[in-house]
Design a protein around this ligand. Sequence first.
Ligand code: FDP
Length: 324
Amino acid sequence: MYRRFYEGGMMGEGICDYTKSIIDLRRHMWMAGVEVELRRLIWQIAVVGKYISAKIHEANRKLAGFKNIYGEDQLSLDRSTDEILKNQLQFSGFVREYASEEHDTIIKIGTGSEKYIVTADPLDGSSLVETNLAIGTIIGIHKESIFDTGKNTMVAALYITYGPLITMVYSAGKGTHEFVLNREGEYVLAQEDIQLKPKGNIFSPGGIRRDWLPEHARFIAKLEEEGYKLRYSGGLVPDINQLLIKKGGIFTYPALQKAPRGKLRLLFELQPMAFIMEQAGGRATDGREDILSLKVETLDQLAPIYIGSIAEIQMAEQFLPKKK
Ligand code: FDP
Protein backbone atom coordinates (compact mmCIF):
# COMPACT_ATOMS: atom_id res chain seq x y z
CA MET A 1 0.00 0.00 0.00
CA TYR A 2 2.69 2.55 0.92
CA ARG A 3 5.17 1.28 -1.65
CA ARG A 4 3.04 2.56 -4.50
CA PHE A 5 3.51 6.10 -3.27
CA TYR A 6 7.26 5.82 -3.70
CA GLU A 7 7.17 3.92 -6.97
CA GLY A 8 4.90 6.55 -8.39
CA GLY A 9 7.87 8.90 -8.19
CA MET A 10 6.33 11.27 -5.68
CA MET A 11 9.30 10.91 -3.38
CA GLY A 12 12.96 10.58 -4.13
CA GLU A 13 12.57 12.45 -7.41
CA GLY A 14 15.94 13.27 -8.89
CA ILE A 15 17.73 10.65 -6.81
CA CYS A 16 19.32 8.20 -9.19
CA ASP A 17 20.78 5.65 -6.78
CA TYR A 18 19.01 2.67 -5.23
CA THR A 19 17.89 4.62 -2.16
CA LYS A 20 15.04 5.85 -4.36
CA SER A 21 13.32 2.50 -4.13
CA ILE A 22 14.01 1.58 -0.51
CA ILE A 23 11.59 2.38 2.24
CA ASP A 24 13.16 2.58 5.65
CA LEU A 25 11.39 1.99 8.91
CA ARG A 26 10.92 5.65 9.81
CA ARG A 27 9.49 6.56 6.44
CA HIS A 28 7.20 3.58 6.52
CA MET A 29 5.77 4.45 9.91
CA TRP A 30 5.34 8.05 8.88
CA MET A 31 3.53 7.04 5.68
CA ALA A 32 1.38 4.59 7.64
CA GLY A 33 0.26 7.40 9.92
CA VAL A 34 1.73 5.92 13.11
CA GLU A 35 1.51 8.56 15.81
CA VAL A 36 4.76 10.53 16.11
CA GLU A 37 5.87 9.49 19.62
CA LEU A 38 5.02 5.87 18.99
CA ARG A 39 6.99 5.75 15.77
CA ARG A 40 10.01 7.38 17.43
CA LEU A 41 9.81 4.82 20.22
CA ILE A 42 9.58 1.88 17.80
CA TRP A 43 12.52 3.24 15.85
CA GLN A 44 14.61 3.65 19.01
CA ILE A 45 13.88 0.07 20.02
CA ALA A 46 14.86 -1.14 16.55
CA VAL A 47 18.16 0.70 16.98
CA VAL A 48 18.69 -1.02 20.34
CA GLY A 49 18.45 -4.28 18.37
CA LYS A 50 21.76 -3.35 16.73
CA TYR A 51 23.45 -2.98 20.12
CA ILE A 52 21.95 -6.23 21.34
CA SER A 53 23.22 -7.97 18.25
CA ALA A 54 26.70 -6.53 18.92
CA LYS A 55 26.49 -7.88 22.47
CA ILE A 56 25.57 -11.34 21.17
CA HIS A 57 28.63 -11.26 18.92
CA GLU A 58 30.80 -10.23 21.85
CA ALA A 59 29.45 -13.17 23.87
CA ASN A 60 30.16 -15.51 20.98
CA ARG A 61 33.75 -14.29 20.87
CA LYS A 62 33.94 -15.24 24.53
CA LEU A 63 32.62 -18.69 23.74
CA ALA A 64 35.31 -18.93 21.10
CA GLY A 65 37.98 -18.51 23.76
CA PHE A 66 38.28 -14.73 24.11
CA LYS A 67 38.36 -13.44 27.68
CA ASN A 68 37.28 -10.14 29.12
CA ILE A 69 40.68 -8.37 29.13
CA TYR A 70 40.14 -6.98 32.63
CA GLY A 71 39.14 -10.37 34.02
CA GLU A 72 35.86 -8.88 35.27
CA ASP A 73 32.80 -10.95 35.92
CA GLN A 74 30.60 -10.55 32.92
CA LEU A 75 26.86 -10.16 33.21
CA SER A 76 24.88 -12.95 31.61
CA LEU A 77 23.73 -12.14 28.12
CA ASP A 78 20.08 -11.85 29.28
CA ARG A 79 21.07 -9.37 31.96
CA SER A 80 23.31 -7.26 29.78
CA THR A 81 20.80 -7.03 26.93
CA ASP A 82 18.19 -5.98 29.48
CA GLU A 83 20.53 -3.25 30.75
CA ILE A 84 21.10 -1.99 27.21
CA LEU A 85 17.38 -1.79 26.52
CA LYS A 86 16.49 -0.20 29.85
CA ASN A 87 19.21 2.45 29.54
CA GLN A 88 18.15 3.42 26.05
CA LEU A 89 14.46 3.62 26.95
CA GLN A 90 15.24 5.66 30.05
CA PHE A 91 16.38 8.54 27.85
CA SER A 92 13.84 8.10 25.08
CA GLY A 93 11.36 10.57 26.55
CA PHE A 94 8.45 8.30 25.65
CA VAL A 95 8.46 5.59 28.32
CA ARG A 96 7.20 5.92 31.90
CA GLU A 97 7.46 2.29 32.98
CA TYR A 98 9.55 -0.68 31.92
CA ALA A 99 8.60 -4.27 32.68
CA SER A 100 11.12 -6.91 31.72
CA GLU A 101 11.42 -10.63 32.12
CA GLU A 102 14.65 -9.90 33.92
CA HIS A 103 12.98 -8.01 36.81
CA ASP A 104 10.40 -9.00 39.43
CA THR A 105 8.80 -5.57 39.50
CA ILE A 106 7.90 -2.80 37.10
CA ILE A 107 10.66 -0.22 36.83
CA LYS A 108 9.68 3.42 36.73
CA ILE A 109 11.77 5.30 34.20
CA GLY A 110 11.38 8.80 32.85
CA THR A 111 9.40 11.46 34.69
CA GLY A 112 6.12 9.55 34.93
CA SER A 113 4.27 11.73 32.46
CA GLU A 114 5.46 9.85 29.36
CA LYS A 115 2.89 8.13 27.19
CA TYR A 116 4.00 4.51 27.09
CA ILE A 117 4.79 1.42 29.12
CA VAL A 118 7.17 -1.05 27.49
CA THR A 119 7.35 -4.78 28.20
CA ALA A 120 10.40 -6.70 27.11
CA ASP A 121 11.85 -10.11 26.75
CA PRO A 122 15.26 -8.66 25.85
CA LEU A 123 16.78 -11.94 24.73
CA ASP A 124 14.30 -14.72 24.17
CA GLY A 125 15.77 -18.16 23.57
CA SER A 126 19.09 -17.22 25.14
CA SER A 127 19.80 -20.90 25.79
CA LEU A 128 20.20 -21.24 22.02
CA VAL A 129 23.03 -18.70 21.77
CA GLU A 130 25.81 -21.29 21.91
CA THR A 131 24.10 -23.40 19.23
CA ASN A 132 24.15 -20.48 16.77
CA LEU A 133 20.43 -20.82 16.10
CA ALA A 134 18.33 -17.67 15.74
CA ILE A 135 17.20 -15.82 18.88
CA GLY A 136 15.21 -12.65 19.40
CA THR A 137 13.93 -9.65 21.34
CA ILE A 138 10.20 -9.32 22.00
CA ILE A 139 8.56 -5.98 22.86
CA GLY A 140 5.03 -4.93 23.81
CA ILE A 141 4.01 -1.26 23.93
CA HIS A 142 1.08 -0.32 26.16
CA LYS A 143 -0.68 2.93 26.78
CA GLU A 144 -2.57 2.03 29.93
CA SER A 145 -1.70 -0.12 32.94
CA ILE A 146 -0.46 -3.53 31.86
CA PHE A 147 -2.72 -5.19 34.46
CA ASP A 148 -5.63 -5.49 32.08
CA THR A 149 -6.28 -7.32 28.81
CA GLY A 150 -3.95 -6.79 25.87
CA LYS A 151 -6.97 -5.64 23.91
CA ASN A 152 -7.43 -2.72 26.28
CA THR A 153 -3.84 -1.68 26.75
CA MET A 154 -1.65 -2.56 23.76
CA VAL A 155 -0.89 -0.10 20.99
CA ALA A 156 2.01 -1.84 19.30
CA ALA A 157 4.34 -4.83 19.38
CA LEU A 158 7.53 -5.84 17.67
CA TYR A 159 10.17 -8.51 17.63
CA ILE A 160 13.70 -8.60 16.29
CA THR A 161 15.21 -11.84 14.99
CA TYR A 162 18.97 -12.27 15.25
CA GLY A 163 19.68 -14.89 12.60
CA PRO A 164 21.79 -14.96 9.47
CA LEU A 165 20.02 -11.62 8.88
CA ILE A 166 18.68 -9.25 11.50
CA THR A 167 15.02 -8.64 10.80
CA MET A 168 12.36 -6.66 12.63
CA VAL A 169 8.63 -7.24 12.48
CA TYR A 170 6.34 -4.60 13.93
CA SER A 171 2.68 -3.77 14.14
CA ALA A 172 1.23 -0.53 15.43
CA GLY A 173 -2.30 -1.72 14.73
CA LYS A 174 -2.07 -0.95 11.00
CA GLY A 175 -0.94 -4.29 9.62
CA THR A 176 2.19 -6.35 10.25
CA HIS A 177 5.38 -5.43 8.42
CA GLU A 178 8.84 -6.95 8.08
CA PHE A 179 12.10 -5.01 7.81
CA VAL A 180 15.64 -6.20 7.19
CA LEU A 181 18.72 -4.50 8.60
CA ASN A 182 20.92 -3.78 5.58
CA ARG A 183 24.66 -3.38 5.46
CA GLU A 184 24.31 0.37 5.73
CA GLY A 185 22.61 -0.10 9.09
CA GLU A 186 19.10 0.87 7.95
CA TYR A 187 15.99 -1.19 8.54
CA VAL A 188 14.47 -1.44 5.07
CA LEU A 189 11.02 -2.70 4.18
CA ALA A 190 11.04 -6.36 3.15
CA GLN A 191 7.35 -7.27 3.31
CA GLU A 192 4.49 -4.95 3.85
CA ASP A 193 1.16 -5.94 5.32
CA ILE A 194 1.95 -9.63 5.76
CA GLN A 195 -1.22 -11.72 5.54
CA LEU A 196 -1.39 -15.38 6.51
CA LYS A 197 -3.21 -17.83 4.29
CA PRO A 198 -6.32 -19.25 5.96
CA LYS A 199 -4.54 -22.61 6.27
CA GLY A 200 -0.85 -23.51 6.49
CA ASN A 201 1.19 -26.71 6.39
CA ILE A 202 3.70 -26.52 9.27
CA PHE A 203 3.38 -27.10 13.01
CA SER A 204 5.66 -26.22 15.95
CA PRO A 205 4.62 -28.16 19.05
CA GLY A 206 6.27 -27.20 22.37
CA GLY A 207 6.56 -29.44 25.41
CA ILE A 208 7.23 -33.16 25.63
CA ARG A 209 4.69 -35.62 24.25
CA ARG A 210 4.50 -37.63 27.50
CA ASP A 211 3.53 -34.41 29.38
CA TRP A 212 0.77 -33.39 26.98
CA LEU A 213 -2.89 -33.67 27.96
CA PRO A 214 -4.81 -36.32 25.96
CA GLU A 215 -6.88 -33.76 24.00
CA HIS A 216 -3.74 -31.89 22.94
CA ALA A 217 -2.06 -35.16 21.93
CA ARG A 218 -5.10 -35.99 19.77
CA PHE A 219 -4.90 -32.58 18.09
CA ILE A 220 -1.21 -33.03 17.26
CA ALA A 221 -1.91 -36.56 15.95
CA LYS A 222 -4.53 -35.04 13.64
CA LEU A 223 -2.00 -32.51 12.27
CA GLU A 224 0.50 -35.33 11.67
CA GLU A 225 -2.17 -37.43 9.98
CA GLU A 226 -2.97 -34.51 7.68
CA GLY A 227 0.67 -34.24 6.63
CA TYR A 228 1.72 -31.07 8.47
CA LYS A 229 5.50 -30.69 8.54
CA LEU A 230 7.27 -30.44 11.92
CA ARG A 231 9.22 -27.18 12.32
CA TYR A 232 10.36 -26.40 15.86
CA SER A 233 13.60 -24.58 16.66
CA GLY A 234 13.16 -24.07 20.41
CA GLY A 235 13.18 -20.28 20.00
CA LEU A 236 9.81 -18.53 20.13
CA VAL A 237 10.89 -15.64 17.90
CA PRO A 238 12.19 -17.67 14.93
CA ASP A 239 9.31 -20.15 15.31
CA ILE A 240 6.67 -17.41 15.14
CA ASN A 241 8.61 -15.59 12.45
CA GLN A 242 8.57 -18.77 10.39
CA LEU A 243 4.76 -18.88 10.49
CA LEU A 244 4.54 -15.28 9.34
CA ILE A 245 7.06 -15.57 6.55
CA LYS A 246 5.70 -18.92 5.33
CA LYS A 247 2.21 -17.40 5.68
CA GLY A 248 0.58 -20.03 7.84
CA GLY A 249 0.70 -22.99 10.20
CA ILE A 250 0.55 -23.24 13.97
CA PHE A 251 2.83 -22.83 16.99
CA THR A 252 1.66 -24.22 20.29
CA TYR A 253 3.01 -24.43 23.81
CA PRO A 254 0.17 -26.23 25.57
CA ALA A 255 -0.96 -26.83 29.12
CA LEU A 256 1.10 -29.74 30.47
CA GLN A 257 0.19 -32.44 33.04
CA LYS A 258 2.35 -30.77 35.69
CA ALA A 259 2.13 -27.22 34.32
CA PRO A 260 -1.50 -26.41 33.56
CA ARG A 261 -0.52 -22.86 32.51
CA GLY A 262 2.17 -24.10 30.10
CA LYS A 263 5.60 -22.45 29.95
CA LEU A 264 5.38 -19.15 28.12
CA ARG A 265 4.77 -15.74 29.68
CA LEU A 266 1.57 -13.91 28.83
CA LEU A 267 2.89 -10.37 29.18
CA PHE A 268 6.38 -10.66 27.76
CA GLU A 269 5.96 -13.30 25.07
CA LEU A 270 2.36 -14.13 24.21
CA GLN A 271 0.65 -10.73 24.09
CA PRO A 272 3.15 -9.17 21.66
CA MET A 273 3.10 -12.24 19.40
CA ALA A 274 -0.73 -12.36 19.48
CA PHE A 275 -0.93 -8.65 18.59
CA ILE A 276 1.38 -9.13 15.60
CA MET A 277 -0.35 -12.34 14.48
CA GLU A 278 -3.88 -10.90 14.64
CA GLN A 279 -2.73 -7.95 12.54
CA ALA A 280 -1.49 -10.48 9.98
CA GLY A 281 -4.90 -12.14 9.75
CA GLY A 282 -4.07 -14.96 12.17
CA ARG A 283 -5.30 -15.83 15.64
CA ALA A 284 -3.91 -16.61 19.10
CA THR A 285 -5.79 -18.39 21.86
CA ASP A 286 -5.05 -20.24 25.09
CA GLY A 287 -7.45 -22.90 23.77
CA ARG A 288 -10.55 -21.23 25.22
CA GLU A 289 -10.02 -17.49 25.03
CA ASP A 290 -8.11 -15.12 22.79
CA ILE A 291 -4.71 -14.30 24.24
CA LEU A 292 -5.50 -10.58 23.99
CA SER A 293 -8.69 -11.11 26.05
CA LEU A 294 -6.80 -12.63 28.99
CA LYS A 295 -6.33 -10.26 31.89
CA VAL A 296 -2.78 -9.87 33.17
CA GLU A 297 -2.78 -10.32 36.96
CA THR A 298 0.93 -10.79 37.63
CA LEU A 299 4.13 -10.09 35.72
CA ASP A 300 5.13 -13.74 35.60
CA GLN A 301 1.70 -15.07 34.55
CA LEU A 302 1.85 -18.01 32.16
CA ALA A 303 -0.68 -19.21 29.60
CA PRO A 304 -0.94 -22.06 27.13
CA ILE A 305 -0.91 -20.86 23.53
CA TYR A 306 -2.16 -21.90 20.10
CA ILE A 307 -1.12 -19.29 17.54
CA GLY A 308 -1.15 -19.19 13.75
CA SER A 309 -3.54 -19.33 10.85
CA ILE A 310 -7.30 -19.53 11.25
CA ALA A 311 -7.90 -23.14 10.12
CA GLU A 312 -5.35 -24.64 12.52
CA ILE A 313 -6.64 -22.62 15.48
CA GLN A 314 -10.21 -23.71 14.74
CA MET A 315 -9.01 -27.29 14.47
CA ALA A 316 -7.31 -27.00 17.89
CA GLU A 317 -10.51 -25.58 19.39
CA GLN A 318 -12.44 -28.63 18.23
CA PHE A 319 -10.16 -30.85 20.30
CA LEU A 320 -9.83 -28.70 23.42
CA PRO A 321 -12.44 -28.54 26.18
CA LYS A 322 -14.83 -25.59 25.83
CA LYS A 323 -15.02 -22.80 28.41
CA LYS A 324 -17.68 -23.56 31.02
P1 FDP B 1 14.18 -20.58 26.25
O1 FDP B 1 13.72 -21.54 27.32
O2 FDP B 1 15.37 -21.05 25.47
O3 FDP B 1 14.35 -19.18 26.75
O4 FDP B 1 10.69 -18.40 26.48
C1 FDP B 1 11.34 -19.51 26.60
C2 FDP B 1 11.63 -20.35 25.38
O5 FDP B 1 12.98 -20.51 25.16
C3 FDP B 1 10.98 -19.90 24.05
O6 FDP B 1 11.78 -19.04 23.30
C4 FDP B 1 10.75 -21.22 23.34
O7 FDP B 1 9.68 -21.19 22.42
C5 FDP B 1 10.48 -22.18 24.47
O8 FDP B 1 11.04 -21.61 25.64
C6 FDP B 1 11.12 -23.50 24.24
O9 FDP B 1 10.81 -24.37 25.26
P2 FDP B 1 11.24 -25.93 25.23
O10 FDP B 1 12.72 -25.91 25.49
O11 FDP B 1 10.49 -26.54 26.34
O12 FDP B 1 10.92 -26.47 23.89
